[in-house]
Structures are given as C-alpha cells and as structure tokens.
Design a protein around this ligand. Structure first.
Ligand code: PEP
Ligand code: MG
Length: 584
C-alpha cells in the first residue's frame, strides 16, 4: 500500500456519504510509558537540547490552542492556556529537570516525569484549594512536554490540513474535542462500533465514517489518496481511475438524492394516516445546534454536554457552562432543549478528571452515579441550567439511571439549588422538567415506576443495547453481537414506550437507532412518537414518517415481535422496506 499502491478495505459504515481526500493517520494517544535509562556525562547536553526543543514545541501547541479558543470559544477560557505557558516556561521547573538529568544521569523523559511527580504531589498536599488545583496543571503541562519527547504531537490535531480523511486506531472523544473538525472530510477507524464516539461524531458532522476497518492502521499511510464510501463501508486506498470515475458518478447521484430531501424541510413530520411525530436533534456543540435549526428540528432532544468538558483542560466553571448552554438554547429558541447532565466515565473519560482505575469502566463509575459522588460538579452544572431556565425552555436529563435513589438524590439537589438561587434574587423557571434516560436494563424494568418520578423519559438505545445484550458498543469484535434488532431489545423498547404512554410521559428515543431511517417504521410500530437524531438525519427520518401509516407500522411491529431471531427480524424489515419503496 505504501508508495501509492491500490487496496480496498472493509469496515462498518456508520455515517452515509462519500468522501474523497488525503489520509491523515493519527498516532494513538494512550497512556504514556516513560522510558528510564542511564546516560553518560557526555550525553547530558544532548538530552537537555531535546528538552529545550520539547519546551518550544509544547509552547507552540499551547499557543495554538490559546489562539483557537480565543477566536472560536471564549477569550476568558483562553487565559488558562496563558497560565500553562507561564508554568511551562518557569525557570525553576527547567532547572530542576536539568539538575536531575545531570546529577542522576538519567534520560530527560525520566527526569521530567520525576519532577512533575514531585511538584504535583507537593501542590496536592496544600490546604489551600487554589494551590491544590495547581497539581493538575503541573501534571498537564508535564504530559505535554513528555508527549513531545515521546513524539505524540497534539498540534497535529489543531493544524490538520484541509480536506483530510482522519485514519486512526481508536478515536477518543478527548482527541476529537481538540481536532480542527472543519478540515476533516471523513473518518476511518480500525476499532469501534456503530455507536462508538467516532461514529456519533461523523453522523453529527454529516461526514462519511467507517469504523472497525481491520488493518486500517498501519495499512493506510498519511498522504494516501482515499475514497471513503460511508454507504457500503468500503475504503478505497489509492484507487485507480476506473474507481474514481465510478465514485464521481455516485457522488452526483447522492447530491441529487440529498437535494430531493430538501422539500421535506417545510413539511410537517406526520404519518400518512395523520399521526404527528416529534423530530428533535441530538447535539454536542453550538455548531450542531445551528445545524439542528437549519434542519428544522423540533428542539434539542439530547444535548450531550460532555463536549464542553472535553474541549477544555479543566472543568468549565458554572459561568462558562451557562454561556455555552445559553448559546445552544438561543439557536433553538423558542423550542425546548433537553440538557443531559455530564455523562463521563466509561467510553468518555475526561483526561483531567483522574478516576480510579476500574477493571471494567463500562460497569463502573459513570453518569448519574458518578455525578452524585462529585456534588460540586453536579451543583455547578445544575446551577448553570437553572439560571438558563429563566429565559429558555430547558429540561434536565439524567444519564445512566439505574435506581430510584439516584433520581431522588438529584431532585433534592435541584430543589435546593433552585431555592438558593431564588433567595439570591436570581430568576429560575417555576418548573424545570426532569427526565431519566432509559439505558440500563434496571431502568427499563423499572420504567413504569420511574415514569411516575420524572416528567419525561428518553431511551438511550446505544447503551441499552450494550447492557441488555452484554455486547460492548465500542468493540469491533462485538459488532455482530451488538444488534439493535435483537428481539430482547425490541420487546424492551415496546415495554418502555408503553410504560411512558401509560404514565402520560413523553418518551423519546435518542440513541443512534432513532436516526436510522431503516428502523423508523418499526419504531413507530413499537409506539415511538418522539425521536431525537443527528441533525443530518432529520429529513431522511421525516421522509419515512410521511410515507408510512401507523396502522401499517403496528402490523409490522406485531409480526416482528413474534419472531425469535434478529436474522429473521432483519429479513422481514428488509422485505417491508422493499415493499414500501415499491409503493412510493
Ligand atoms: C445512548 O446511550 O443511547 C445515548 C444516547 O447516550 P450516549 O450515546 O451519549 O451514551
Ligand atoms: Mg448512553
């Protein structure tokens, strides 16, 4: 493949479309392993020269982040990076590293790691909270220097050349938060599954994405010409002219198909037999909210607030959160915005939030459980949302609920904070609706009673499928077992939707299933009347909604629910779609 030879690789198509561009291969940013070796006297100068170069590079990267933040996010926020640059250039820090390297005759990576450990431990022991927090800054700056010494370079992410197709092993959420996404035409990962972070990201950016491409790294090299076919899951590496011509033709077809969706924009989401369906958007950034508005979303059904945390190098303050949420809500005004409380942990770790190493993070501290263990975090986020509730119709959504106590505990925090704000004369809406995500089997089983405790339910099918089937949503190896059309999933969806209906609570589906037009009719038949999907999927889903009847969808669902295997269910749904396409 190297040197421009052609190849064809297969993976799982997770975001439709066709992209053509140049491969940009990202090195993986896993935990750093620090080599430790003895050096001679004569090698000290060379080690220190490497250190000086690493400081220059790290500073250049920090300045890049600083400038980006100042221009695109918030000048206030950029100040943090000024402080990091000062820390990086602190002569006392450099002197300690140089001294340790020369005196102990060790390589400079080991010297940096030791000095960072020593300083951060010292800061962490202070009584003063401000000084204690500096420990994390020292570790972060240390990591930046070490990454340079070990040649992991984050400036690659900030300065991606235009028109690239990012190719990587795994794409952690923290890496995408730092990436110049405007430059990216497509994403290819060797790992991952349909609902892994990279997949959700490509759909929300509306760019083609393929995951689980075995051998993508190292088969694809930076600079290779790629065609990414997000419809078939094929990556063409250095394709010959015949393939290029074929794709030029397909792109024209695709553009015509997309243009054909445009009239949907002005039409209501109503089935052919007159049942209204709500089509809201899943967003993670202000830019997503802009797209949601352009696509005519009925509000935001799921605002994943993690991005605002991932884009920074420390927790955003309450004020920063308020401003970001207000900017998202302003895009949607007067339509409602469902703000999900921070769902970090498991597949969405926060680099600056050191969590205990757990043998199985997906079954560990995450979502609401984690927030309740960190009340400051919970309180800052809820306060920001409550303040916004005075001017915008916002709702609060709890991630990964698994027990009544969690709902009760968060409710108590919300009531306490709302009262405190009102006492200070700060306006808060009289009633901010609270919802629970149904994404654990426990929540699904308890849905009838949970529905009584909250104002609305939101089915997170990505996690629900993972936990119901015991199949990791991020694993390439589990991709075949991770099956949204598994009978256990469909029966659970039907039961939860019925529970919501019986309790008179709006129950939407916001996992990736909801945005797949191939599932729309079935979901309607199972009782879904409210969907929250990536902005780019709204019109496609609406098109299906308008072409089916609820009566027909219910017949489809009744038949499918009697089947015993996902294979039979898939075959039946395919037939139904072919029949439908024939009728259109
Ligand atoms: C889900 O699990 O379906 C969901 C919407 O949440 P996330 O994908 O962010 O975990
Ligand atoms: Mg989830």
């Amino acid at each position: 493949m190297n040197g421009g030879s052609a190849a064809e690789l297969k993976g799982i198509a997770v975001s439709r479309g066709i992209a053509e561009g140049t491969a940009y291969v990202l090195a993986e940013a896993g935990p750093l392993t620090i080599p430790r070796r003895a050096i001679d006297d004569g090698m000290v100068a060379a080690e220190l020269a490497r250190f000086a170069a690493a400081l220059d590079e790290a500073e250049c990267c920090l300045r890049g982040v600083h400038d980006d933040l100042r221009r695109h996010v918030d000048p206030e926020e950029a100040r943090v990076f000024e402080a990091d640059i000062l820390l990086l250039r602190d002569p006392a820090f450099s002197e300690r590293v140089a001294e340790r390297c020369a005196r102990q005759k060790i390589n400079v990576e080991a010297a940096v790691a030791d000095v960072v450990d020593e300083l951060s431990t010292r800061f962490a022991a202070f009584d003063d909270a401000y000084l204690r927090e500096r420990a994390a800054d020292v570790r972060d700056v240390g990591r930046r220097i070490l990454e340079r010494l070990l040649t992991h370079r984050c400036e690659h992410l900030h300065h991606l050349p235009d028109g690239v197709i990012v190719v990587t092993g795994e794409l952690p959420a923290s890496a995408t938060a730092r990436m110049n996404l405007h430059a990216v035409r497509g994403i290819v990962t060797a790992g991952g599954g349909r609902t892994s972070h990279a997949s959700i990201l490509t759909r929300s950016l509306g760019i083609p994405g393929i995951v689980a491409v075995a051998g993508a790294v190292p088969a694809i090299k930076t600079g290779d010409a790629l065609i990414v076919d997000g419809n078939t899951g094929t990556v063409h590496v250095n394709p010959p002219p015949t393939i290029r011509r074929e794709y030029a033709r397909r792109r024209v077809e695709l553009a015509a198909y997309r243009a054909g969706l445009a009239p949907m924009l002005d039409l209501p989401a109503v089935t052919a037999d007159g049942v209204a369906v709500k089509l809201a958007a899943n967003v993670g950034t202000i830019a997503d909210a802009e797209s949601a508005k352009l696509c005519g979303a009925d509000g935001v059904g799921l605002y994943r607030t993690e991005f605002d945390f991932l884009v920074r190098d420390r927790f955003p303050t309450e004020e920063e959160q308020y401003r970001t949420y207000a900017a998202v809500a302003a895009q949607m005004q007067p339509r409602p915005v469902v703000i999900r409380l921070l769902d970090v942990g498991s597949d969405k770790p926060l680099p600056y939030f050191p969590m205990p190493l757990e043998p199985n993070p997906a079954l560990g501290r995450r979502g609401t459980r984690l927030l309740l263990l960190h009340p400051d975090l919970l309180r800052a986020q809820v306060t920001a949302i409550l303040r916004l509730s005075a001017t915008h119709p916002v709702r609060i959504l709890l991630p990964m609920v698994s027990a009544f106590e969690e709902v009760a505990a968060v409710k108590a925090v919300i009531a306490d904070l709302a009262e405190g704000l009102r006492r200070q004369g700060i306006a808060v809406a009289p009633d901010v609706p609270l919802g629970a995500m149904i994404e654990t089997p426990a929540a699904a089983v308890l849905a009838p009673e949970l529905a009584q405790e909250v104002d609305f339910l939101s089915i997170g099918s990505n996690d629900l499928v993972q936990y119901l089937l015991g199949a990791d949503r991020n694993s390439r190896e589990m991709a075949a077992a991770y099956e949204p059309l598994h009978p256990a999933v469909l029966r659970t969806l039907q039961a939860v939707l019925a529970a919501g209906r019986a309790a008179g609570r709006e129950t939407s589906i916001c996992g990736e299933m909801a945005g797949n037009p191939a599932y729309t009719e079935l979901l309607l038949g199972l009782g879904a009347r409210s969907f929250s999907v990536a902005p780019g999927e709204i019109l496609e889903v609406k098109k299906v909604v308008r072409s089916v009847t609820v009566a027909g969808a219910e017949r489809l669902a009744a038949h499918v629910l009697a089947l015993r295997t996902a294979r039979e269910i898939k075959a039946w749904c395919r037939e139904a779609q072919t029949a439908l396409a024939g009728e259109r």
